[in-house]
Design a protein around this ligand. Structure first.
Ligand code: CA
Length: 96
């Protein structure tokens, strides 16, 4: 598995993380490049159903400021309901 920042092209320039309102990367979305202690600020609180991870390792939590139940994500997840996190995520931050 490749590690580091050697990627070039569109994936390297695009957002690090994309949150989606619907399963399988559908519906409304938010591009994330920095820590978000309260997704309410970008009108996406308790709305995330799937996530694309383009860079880094992120933690997503059910309460604001990275509290509540949290899940670590380092790859795309098409259905957060299978993990018990559908429409519950309220904050996200990058771990590395
Ligand atoms: Ca929540």
């Amino acid at each position: 598995m490749a590690i580091g920042f050697t990627a070039t092209g569109a994936a390297a320039r695009g957002p690090a993380l994309i949150l989606y309102q619907e399963d399988h990367f559908g519906g409304d979305s938010r591009a994330i490049n920095e820590d978000q202690p309260d997704l309410g600020w970008i009108h996406f609180d308790d709305r995330v159903s799937s996530v694309e991870v383009h860079r880094g390792v992120w933690e997503m939590c059910t309460d604001s400021r990275y509290r509540g139940r949290c899940i670590t994500v380092d790859h795309d997840i098409g259905r957060l309901d299978r993990l018990g996190f559908d429409d519950r995520i309220s904050s996200v931050h990058r771990l590395r």
